[in-house]
Write a new protein. Structure first.
Length: 65
């Protein structure tokens, strides 16, 4: 997930403490969202689609990345 977001131009916002979530921003759309950090576990499809939508990325573009 992180690699695809980077290929699409998104950047991870630096953490300021602990926590189990990562913040991501899309400079092209000026949108930001929070992504759960589940380690090696897969995200649920609904969560993944919500993150992509909040960042202003087209789902097909995400799949191709």
């Amino acid at each position: 997930m992180a690699a695809k977001l980077r290929r699409l131009g998104c950047v991870e916002i630096e953490r300021r403490g602990g926590g189990s979530h990562r913040r991501w921003a899309n400079p092209a759309t000026k949108a930001a969202t929070v992504l759960p950090d589940r380690g090696p576990k897969d995200l649920k499809t609904g969560t993944l689609r919500a993150v992509i939508r909040q960042l202003g990325i087209d789902w097909t573009a995400f799949e191709r990345a």
